[in-house]
Write a protein that binds this ligand. Structure first.
Ligand code: G6P
Length: 606
């Protein structure tokens, strides 16, 4: 979490640092700050809360200097107050940090005993004093950082500048991503290429354990052992750099509306639509020989994986084991040879997902990742990558990335089923056709949002909301509840419809809206029975279904009418109304839709 930037510029850098931070606010927005070298001295400005507070401060207290670093924070150690905001500094050195220094307590105790005074509750401050201490002992800045890095445990990306050194910045990466940007007589540093997009598209990604010395004329990169190394220059893809809201009020709305296009784009990458076949990239393994799949992910990506499990088991007839990445490896599951491990991640940087990937790799599994950011760590550490072509997703609540993940997993299930002989050519054509019709159905759905505005009015009064679903609609119920709670702050829970009577039914009364995701498929009748159990207890049912409402057999508070689609494709279609319900409820309640409190888009801490 947290976003970091650095610029060695040819002119004043404060404005550019803030511009770059704006593109990193998806990584956290508890506080923001910048520091520069001004006439040889380190100066900084910081502000609690969103970046706009820092901008306001800079209007009255501007900062000059051609060398600077910046930070936008998602608080881990220390409350989100200005005192704990980065950059942290002494008179000698200023540091921005993303990640966690795990041994900061012992470093702090040691440095305090040596006479250093700590002013914050952060782990980062230990780095500042460690480097300062080495410099006070007479080391130059580069040597001081080299020694300090050897003492740090944990995950971090660091950007460091020094008093009296206008043409020097040091970057270090261990466990958190970091990109160096190359300009003409200028150099940049950022948590990702998007941050650097206004300045350069020529990027070098630091690898695990790398650290780099940046000067305006270029960068020297060293690996963990201190050996000078060359890392490739990459041209960042222009489409991933364009970030604006278009004519939408929020990024989330824009991203919901982009779905027909990005799903088409993603499907086109894996399907031959004209031939009605999957056209899957070689994964460097014999799909026909796969007998067991494990899937791991976090948050919304986990729910996409859960839908994938239903598809792979039902259509490809391969058993799938799935768990949230934050638990998977702690179970120490025995993973036999020849297994396939699939990881799903929008950012490709989620710390728990990455740690699980490494666990599975060490257990001899073939690693395939479904990621949106192709240059991410998870992508780079995978044996094969199945990209989602969602484009940059800025809204913290994931929408288009989710449906693109579903698109890839659906194609994967068909490819696996075909390779194993579980799906014949006719069924393959039928399933491919079901997917290719999706963008049209979603466009139809997106043409009428009035009913969601009405519904938002009702839902905003609720204290608790339940979501129910069966089969592939169960993960959608979980995702629906997650979407609603994360952006509207209304407590919501998703349940497998059949589990209702084992506990949650106790919560139901006339004040609890129950949103039922129930396409008219082979499980519809059973879900109808569960709906009647809710109705009998006075619950307010909101049915999302293509079935005629009379088939519900009970009174409905609302019915979201869905187009008729193939059962296989329904999870992608039903994702849209659950996104719109959450979005319009949050807008109605006036919450910060794109940057909900306490959350961040990229979670690089475990
Ligand atoms: C955070 C985000 C979620 C996302 C999850 C996993 O919690 O707010 O939207 O689903 O992380 O992120 P990933 O980048 O791995 O998909």
């Amino acid at each position: 979490m947290c976003g970091i930037v650095g610029i060695l510029g040819s002119g004043p850098v404060a404005t550019d640092l803030v511009d770059a931070l704006r593109r990193l606010e998806y990584r956290g927005y508890d506080s923001a700050g910048i520091a520069t070298v001004e006439n040889g001295h380190l100066q900084r400005r910081r502000a609690e809360g969103k970046l706009r507070n820092l901008e306001t401060r800079l209007l009255t207290e501007p900062l000059s200097g051609r060398t600077g670093i910046g930070h936008t924070r998602w608080a881990t150690h220390g409350r989100p107050v200005e005192r704990n905001a980065h950059p942290h500094m002494t008179a000698l050195v200023s540091v921005v940090h993303n990640g966690i220094i795990e041994n900061y307590r012992e470093l702090k105790a040691e440095l305090t005993a040596l006479g250093h005074t700590f002013e914050t509750e952060t782990d980062t401050e230990a780095v500042v004093h460690l480097v300062s201490d080495e410099m006070q002992k007479g080391l130059g800045p580069i040597e001081a950082v080299r020694v300090a890095l050897g003492r740090l445990r944990g995950a971090f990306a660091l950007g460091i500048i020094f008093a009296g050194h206008d043409d020097l910045m040091i970057a270090a990466r261990q466990g958190s991503p970091l990109a160096i940007g190359h300009g003409t007589g200028e150099m940049y540093l950022g948590s990702d290429a998007i941050a650097l997009a206004p300045f350069t598209d020529t990027i070098t990604y630091l690898e695990e354990g790398d650290w780099a010395v940046l000067r305006r004329r270029g960068a020297e990169i060293f690996d963990k052992s201190g050996t000078r190394v060359e890392r490739p220059l990459i041209k960042a893809v222009a489409s991933s750099l364009l970030v604006d809201k278009g004519n939408h009020r929020h990024f989330m709305a824009k991203e919901i509306h982009e779905q027909p296009e990005v799903i088409s784009h993603t499907l086109a990458n894996y399907l031959d639509m004209a031939a009605g076949t999957v056209n899957f990239p070689a994964l460097g393994l014999d799909l026909g020989g796969v007998t067991r799949v494990t899937v791991s992910a976090c948050g919304t990506a986990y729910y996409a994986g859960l839908v994938g499990k239903y598809w792979i088991e039902r259509y490809a007839r391969v058993p799938v084991e799935i768990d949230v990445a934050s638990e998977f490896r702690y179970r120490e599951p025995p993973l036999g040879p020849g297994g396939l491990s699939v990881f799903v991640s929008q950012s490709g940087e989620t710390a728990d997902t990455l740690a699980t990937l490494r666990y599975c790799k060490a257990s001899g599994q073939r690693i395939v990742s479904v990621v949106n950011v192709r240059t991410s760590t998870i992508a780079r550490e995978s044996d094969a990558v199945l990209p989602t072509l969602a484009g940059p997703e800025i809204g913290v609540a994931s929408t288009k990335a989710f449906t693109c993940q579903l698109s890839v997993l659906a194609c994967f299930a068909i490819a696996l089923g075909r390779a194993r002989g579980a799906i014949g050519p006719e069924q393959e054509e039928e399933l491919v056709k079901a997917l290719t019709e999706l963008p049209r159905h979603i466009s139809t759905l997106l043409r009428n949002e009035d009913e969601y505005e009405r519904l938002a009015h009702e839902l905003s009064k609720a204290r608790d909301v339940l979501y129910l679903g069966r089969g592939t609609s169960y993960p959608l119920a979980l995702e629906g509840a997650l979407k609603l709670k994360e952006i509207s702050y209304i407590h919501a829970e998703g349940y497998a419809a059949g589990e209702l009577k084992h506990g949650p039914i106790a919560l139901i009364d006339e004040n609890v809206p129950v949103i039922v995701v129930a396409p008219e498929d082979d499980l519809f009748e059973k879900t109808v029975s569960n709906m009647q159990e809710v109705a009998a207890r006075g619950g307010q049912i909101i049915l999302i279904s293509d079935a005629d409402p009379s088939k519900a057999g009970c009174k409905l508070a609302a019915h979201i009418r869905m187009p008729k689609a193939h059962q296989f494709a329904n999870p992608l279609l039903y994702a849209v109304p659950i996104q719109l319900i959450a979005y319009h409820t949050a807008v109605f309640m006036g919450t910060d839709v794109d940057q909900p409190r306490n959350l961040a888009k990229s979670v690089t801490v475990e």
